[in-house]
Write a protein that binds this ligand. Sequence first.
Ligand SMILES: Nc1ncnc2c1ncn2[C@@H]1O[C@H](COP(=O)(O)OP(=O)(O)OP(=O)(O)O)[C@@H](O)[C@H]1O
Length: 224
Amino acid sequence: MSDPVVRLTELARSFEQGGVRIDVLNGVNLTIEPGEIVALVGPSGSGKSTMLQAVGLLEGGFSGKIEIAGQDASTLDSAERTTLRRDHLGFVYQFHHLLPDFTARENIVLPQLLLGVSRADAVVRAEQLLGALGLEHRMDHRPSKLSGGEQQRVAVARALANKPQLVLADEPTGNLDEKTSERVLGEFLELVRGQGSAALVATHNERLAARMDRVVRLHEGRIE
Ligand SMILES: Nc1ncnc2c1ncn2[C@@H]1O[C@H](COP(=O)(O)OP(=O)(O)OP(=O)(O)O)[C@@H](O)[C@H]1O
């Protein structure tokens, strides 16, 4: 049997704020199997982003155990964590974070080049993803020339470009109107399912959460 994509054991994180300690995560246990799409819901301030940062190996300061694709993150140095992120993870944020001076196509080609994919293959993959997202007529546009929904579609394509085992998404459609949000999320789920990636998607939106394989809820720093 293959390793879970993510296994969190008693994950905890506190912050000091004006001399007061806030325990944001208080012993989170969660396992995500390959190909499983999990919605992470909880009210504002419940720690969803903090948890995604932990799983994305983007921040230190956590206690407990974080295993990604069978590797215990605490045993890795910073270069090894970067490699693990690059090889196994894809990220989508609420705001697109695309490179402003590059076209939509180039924004999806670049992460593939970093993995050693040939330029020709990277372009084919970028165009296939953009086509699947209905952006075949926007490939040469820079992000500032795209609508919010189009920008988020490009961000989705970029996150999926390297077929990561796990996609981490923090309110990926949070800045879009409801109709666009539903559509972009549907396209995202279809592509993620189609390529067999797992995903952990933080959202406030129960309707969007219900479209995923499993919903987990953060409450008082734990998963209910
Ligand atoms: N670097 C930090 N320093 C101090 N407090 C922090 C820091 N990062 C997060 N927090 C606090 O941790 C709590 C959880 O924040 P987090 O952003 O993880 O919540 P969230 O569930 O993602 O919220 P939202 O849905 O509003 O994005 C908040 O009370 C926040 O103020």
